[in-house]
Write a protein that binds this ligand. Structure first.
Ligand SMILES: *[C@@H]1O[C@H](CO)[C@@H](O)[C@H](O)[C@H]1NC(C)=O
Ligand SMILES: *[C@@H]1O[C@H](CO)[C@@H](O)[C@H](O)[C@H]1NC(C)=O
Ligand SMILES: *[C@@H]1O[C@H](CO)[C@@H](O)[C@H](O)[C@H]1NC(C)=O
Ligand SMILES: *[C@@H]1O[C@H](CO)[C@@H](O)[C@H](O)[C@H]1NC(C)=O
Length: 336
């Protein structure tokens, strides 16, 4: 049965772009989770606004400024000399499968209602690929993030870091690979007053491959982590600390993955040797398990179970046996 389904899905691969897996009813292709269902309204980005196509960093930075709704199409490779700041009510969407961001990454600061899709963001220097700070309603979907894991944990920073009271965010169908630190939620244990009660984030159908840590690592918030595929997530995938809560369901872990999930407040030595003292330095987090996960050979260390037992919205859960082929087919650029 399993082989037949996998073979069937593989035979559909060429159709993935034209005929989204969503239409097969196996997963949602549209925004789903906290970026859709939240108290302030669904994330629509620049819907209804003008569409502009940009091909240079200067054009990009000008186009994403301000609150006016706009759809910004990105064509080709843009090598940023400085980090552009994306304004409210924007959709930033790569054209085809060659839209690329290098040099400096993107800032989403003090804004609301932003969509970032179909961009390859790689080898970003001195900072994160995307930093979402004090912002609400952001959908990061169908992008690819990569650099080089061989240079150790501190050579590059995060891929999608979400900080300072940000809220109602969905991170879906991204291909994160060959990079150490993926997604940090809440960047300092001393920011309890800013972060606690915020940081509601949905991670679904992402493909993490050959990674180090933070898939994601959360403090003070709530993250719903479902139907993601982890292959060779070497040190620690999901980490919940400082009273953070995760709801973890329907995920698949493969290959060399030491720890799939931990709520122990130890920031492991492999996480960030340049800043952590690497003792049991924070309060533990909480983990709640929903639909069954396939942990593979990876370890699980749940020190506290919390009360985030059910997502406060409807969502489409892919059956566990199909998670690996569906995510492999659907994640990354060139699929939307
Ligand atoms: C754009 O975003 C701002 C928040 O910065 C919001 O107040 C405003 O209503 C939005 N404009 C439109 C037309 O959606
Ligand atoms: C965000 O808001 C803070 C506090 O008001 C301010 O210091 C900072 O400059 C703002 N950043 C941007 C990009 O608007
Ligand atoms: C957060 O963003 C809002 C604008 O949306 C701004 O008024 C506020 O000062 C910012 N706060 C911080 C701590 O940056
Ligand atoms: C699991 O957490 C406990 C704390 O409750 C800790 O003593 C133990 O070392 C942890 N195990 C691993 C493998 O980290």
């Amino acid at each position: 049965m399993r082989l037949n389904l996998v073979t069937l899905l593989a035979s559909l691969a060429p159709l993935a772009a034209a005929s989204p897996l969503g239409s097969l009813g196996l997963a949602s292709w549209d925004v789903e989770g906290f970026a859709k269902d939240n108290p302030i309204g669904p994330t629509k980005g620049g819907k209804g606004g003008a569409t502009v196509t940009v091909t240079t960093p200067a054009e990009f930075s000008a186009a994403v400024k301000g609150d006016e709704p706009k759809v910004v199409l990105v064509k080709g490779e843009l090598n940023f000399p400085a980090r552009p700041k994306i304004g409210s009510n924007k959709s930033v969407i790569g054209v085809g499968n060659t839209a690329r961001i290098t040099g400096k990454g993107l800032d989403v600061f003090n804004v609301t209602n932003v969509i970032i899709r179909n961009l390859k963001i790689s080898y970003i220097v001195d900072n994160d690929c995307i930093t979402i700070r004090n912002s609400t309603r952001v959908w990061v979907d169908h992008n690819e993030f990569t650099s080089d894991i061989t240079q150790g944990p501190d050579a590059f920073d995060g891929q999608v870091d979400i900080i300072r009271g940000s809220d109602y965010i969905t991170v879906s169908w991204n291909y994160f690979h060959d990079h150490w630190k993926s997604s940090l939620v809440g960047n300092d244990p001393s920011f309890r007053d800013i972060d606690f009660g915020h940081l509601h984030i949905t991670y679904h159908h992402n493909f993490w491959k050959n990674m180090g840590t933070r898939g994601p690592a959360g403090r003070f918030g709530h993250q719903h982590v479902y139907n993601n595929l982890y292959v060779d997530f070497h040190y620690q995938a999901i980490h919940s600390r400082s009273d953070n809560q995760v709801l973890v369901e329907g995920n698949v872990f493969r290959g060399d993955t030491r720890e799939a999930l931990s709520t122990y407040g130890l920031v492991i030595p492999d996480d960030s040797p340049n800043t952590c003292t690497c003792g049991d330095e924070e309060l533990d987090g909480y983990a709640n398990l929903g639909a069954r996960n396939d942990w593979g050979p990876a370890g699980v260390n749940i020190t506290q179970v919390g009360n985030f037992k059910k997502a406060p919205y409807k969502f489409k859960l892919t059956p566990l046996l199909l998670v690996e082929p569906v995510v492999r087919l659907g994640a990354g650029v060139g699929k939307i």
